[in-house]
Design a protein around this ligand. Structure first.
Ligand SMILES: *Cc1c(COP(=O)(O)O)cnc(C)c1O
Length: 425
């Protein structure tokens, strides 16, 4: 199928599957299609391939292979971490009635002298998490959990002191994303991990955007649970993993067969897991060079947009941000209109706002950064890849300049604004 030429600047939404990843996956569709539980050769081949992927991925995190559990993607990993820890801590099912029974969760820091773990029905998270975390928290709140949603500053940073302040005797889990998918801000994960450790609280991080982009060491950062997804790092869609530190006992989210050491049932997605292993290896092997390239191109993009388009702001932290993320707000325009016009010029981008049932809700992330509604509405996210070229960035910048100018010329607010401050023009 021939597609018209386009410029893809939406790599935070998903990425192109790398040709070498596809190549690594192909034999597991056509030749080694055996069920990994089979005792015959093609089943054993599948099983070996899964083990190899697990080892590769573990090595990228400073983890042990038996701490990596393959899932159906980032959303599943996030759901599993939050729901299973809440249950193990007695926050749901037994909430308010009796303490969680021994055997629910063996995390040494959490058990008291009686051997009975006290109910830990409180979660601390942030207002800027992905919906896979936020909607899971809302679900848990309806079942007796209490959730603190931390504010962030104007750059999207969590304040570790504020986080420590929010800790209660009942806090059983802290879940803070590694890096934000909309504005790219990277959180002080090490500090948060240290606080969690000091208080004997489990620490989960949604690292779906960070994994493959930033170096991660679960030991050094004191991470207990970590979610990642293959399709954000040039791997296939529909496969992810949850890292679960070895001494943590949580229940399965998906019940059934004995796959993934009885903790995630379902016939393994062998080609997907092989693809994830290959993508992880490529991402980590090329990380330094690739992210240096992306960072330079990102800064070029940011500088041009801020310099050449007035009444524009960069959303997210200027330096503590993902190497490939740029997010802008253009005053006096609607992000959706900008996106549609960019699409007509073959430029794939994304806005901060999610279009739900016909009404345009501004992004919860931009609102948490303190942006007023109208400015949050005029936002645009551009996320680059190693394949993005300077020519493509130049083309995109020229198109954005032209479209923003055109949309503003049709905006009554802009007209009004110009009339009241004519000296500026
Ligand atoms: C994409 C994304 C997810 C969801 O991952 P899927 O594999 O698409 O389910 C979760 N968290 C963050 C931060 C993401 O960017």
């Amino acid at each position: 199928m021939m597609m018209k030429k386009f410029i893809y600047l939406d790599n935070a939404a998903t990425t192109k599957t790398s040709p070498t990843v596809v190549e690594a996956m192909l034999p597991y569709f056509s030749d080694y299609y055996g069920n990994a539980s089979g005792i015959y050769e093609i089943g054993v081949k599948s099983k070996e391939a899964i083990s190899k992927s697990r080892e590769r991925i573990a090595s990228t995190l400073g983890a042990k292979p038996e701490e990596i559990y393959f899932t159906g993607g980032g959303s599943e990993s996030d759901n599993w971490a939050l729901k299973a820890v809440a249950e193990a801590n007695g926050g749901i099912m037994t909430a308010g009635t009796e303490p969680a029974r021994e055997g629910a969760l063996f995390h040494p820091a959490i058990r008291d002298d009686t051997g009975l773990a006290p109910v830990k029905n409180h979660i601390i998270t942030t207002k800027i998490e992905h919906h896979a975390i936020l909607h899971t928290c809302e679900y848990l709140e309806k079942r007796g959990m209490e959730v603190t949603y931390l504010n962030v500053d104007e750059n999207g940073l969590v304040n570790p002191r504020e986080l420590e302040h929010a800790i209660r005797p009942q806090t059983g889990l802290i879940s803070v994303m590694f890096a934000n998918n909309e504005v790219g801000t990277i959180q002080p994960i090490r500090e948060i991990g240290e606080i969690a450790k000091r208080h004997g609280i489990l620490f989960h991080t949604d690292a779906v955007q960070a994994y493959g982009q930033l170096p991660i060491d679960v030991e050094a950062l004191h991470i207990d649970l970590l979610s990642a997804s293959a399709h954000k790092l040039n791997g296939p869609k529909g496969v992810g993993f949850l890292y679960i530190r070895r001494n943590i006992r949580i229940q399965s989210l998906i019940h059934g067969g004995a796959q993934e050491r009885k903790r995630r049932a379902g016939t393994e997605n062998v080609p997907g897991i092989v693809g994830f292993g290959q993508a992880a290896r490529e991402a980590v092997d090329t990380m330094a060079e690739r992210t240096a390239y992306e960072r330079e191109l990102r800064d070029y993009l940011i500088d041009r947009i801020l310099r050449e388009i007035p009444y524009t702001r960069l959303n997210g932290h200027r330096t503590k941000r993902l190497p490939n993320n740029a997010n802008f707000s253009f005053q006096f325009i609607e992000g959706e209109s900008l996106l549609i016009l960019l699409d007509m010029e073959g430029i794939c981008a994304s806005s901060g706002s999610a279009c739900t049932t016909g009404s345009l809700d501004p992004s919860h992330v931009l609102l948490a950064l303190g942006l007023p509604d109208d400015i949050a509405h005029g936002s645009l996210r551009l996320t680059l890849s190693a394949e993005t070229t300077r020519e493509e960035i130049d083309t995109a910048v020229e198109a954005i300049k032209r479209i923003v100018e055109r949309l503003r010329s049709m905006s009554p607010q802009y007209e009004d604004f110009c009339r009241h401050s004519p000296s500026q023009f």
